[in-house]
Design a protein around this ligand. Structure first.
Ligand SMILES: NC(=O)c1ccc[n+]([C@@H]2O[C@H](COP(=O)([O-])OP(=O)(O)OC[C@H]3O[C@@H](n4cnc5c(N)ncnc54)[C@H](OP(=O)(O)O)[C@@H]3O)[C@@H](O)[C@H]2O)c1
Length: 249
């Protein structure tokens, strides 16, 4: 028996990286999946490549109106939703001296407001029991130079999982967090840094991972599947680290 047979799932930020790998795994496990991203073209390409009736929706996670539209479309197309993976996120490392209002707003808008709007707008169409998984990061557990704003957004996400669990569990909705360590995805190319700086930074991070390597998006997807499925039926407000031991060992 496949673990998500007959379930429907929304994955925000499903065009690449962790969201895309999770969409692939959810589909293998029998789910009907919808993915979002910021560009209509990238979303359409990814949905077509995923196949199996995957619905691609252009929606900015930081827009309450866009996420309300996603809920309307999913109600019409899927008739309701069992799983939400609030995963869309951006990371722009910068030393504290260079942090300005635009830098703070951009990351908080996507990584924090985006998670709040995703959960809030999808809530009315959730079937019970439902599972919500939020993507935080191992950097919320550590002190990492240059990551002050990004790490703060992810600490907020970790906190949201506790609060939303208290608020939503009486309605039959579980909320848990997956916290990836350094994972090989396109996110590093989107940081607005020259490639040499990204390479140097990636090497210094890898040196801090006890398993001495970057993780793969598929390794995070397996933890998301566990949290999304009934296999984790007695887990609530929990944080699962998938970080090669970085924050623990
Ligand atoms: N890779 C890592 O090392 C790592 C470590 C810890 C945590 N994380 C977290 O894991 C999550 C996924 O990241 P990833 O590594 O898989 O990176 P990625 O490949 O860049 O994926 C990010 C996804 O989010 C989408 N996205 C970005 N801004 C969006 C917005 N405003 N509205 C809707 N979608 C948006 C992107 O699509 P478009 O760009 O096409 O819109 C893409 O689908 C993020 O929350 C990230 O912070 C990653």
């Amino acid at each position: 028996m496949r673990r998500l047979e007959g379930k429907t799932a929304l994955i925000t930020g499903g065009t690449t990286g962790i969201g895309r790998a999770t969409a692939e795994l959810f589909i293998q496990e029998g789910a009907r999946v919808a993915i979002t991203g910021q560009s209509a073209e990238r979303v359409a390409e990814a949905a077509a490549a995923l196949g199996h009736g995957t619905l691609g929706l252009r929606a900015d996670a930081s827009s309450a109106a866009d996420m309300a539209d996603v809920a309307k479309r999913l109600q019409a197309e899927f008739g309701g939703l069992d799983i939400v993976f609030a995963n869309a996120g951006i990371a722009h490392p910068r030393p504290l001296a260079d942090v300005d209002e635009a830098h703070i707003d951009q990351q908080f808008n996507v990584n924090v407001k985006g998670v709040i709007y995703t959960v809030q707008k999808l809530l009315p169409i959730l079937r019970k029991p439902a599972s919500i998984v939020l993507t935080a990061s191992t950097v919320a557990e550590l002190g990492t130079a240059g990551m002050s704003v990004y790490a703060a957004t992810k600490a907020a996400v970790r906190s949201l999982a506790r609060t939303l669990s208290a608020e939503l569990s009486p309605q039959g909705i579980r909320v848990n967090v997956v916290s990836p360590g350094p994972i090989e995805t396109p996110i590093f190319g989107k940081m607005g840094l020259p490639q040499a700086a990204v390479d140097e930074w990636a090497a210094s991070i890898q040196g801090k991972v006890p398993m001495a390597r970057f993780g793969q998006a598929s390794e995070v997807a397996k933890a998301v599947l566990f949290l999304a499925s009934d296999d984790s039926s007695y887990m609530l407000g929990e944080n699962v680290l998938v970080d090669g031991g970085m924050a623990t060992v």
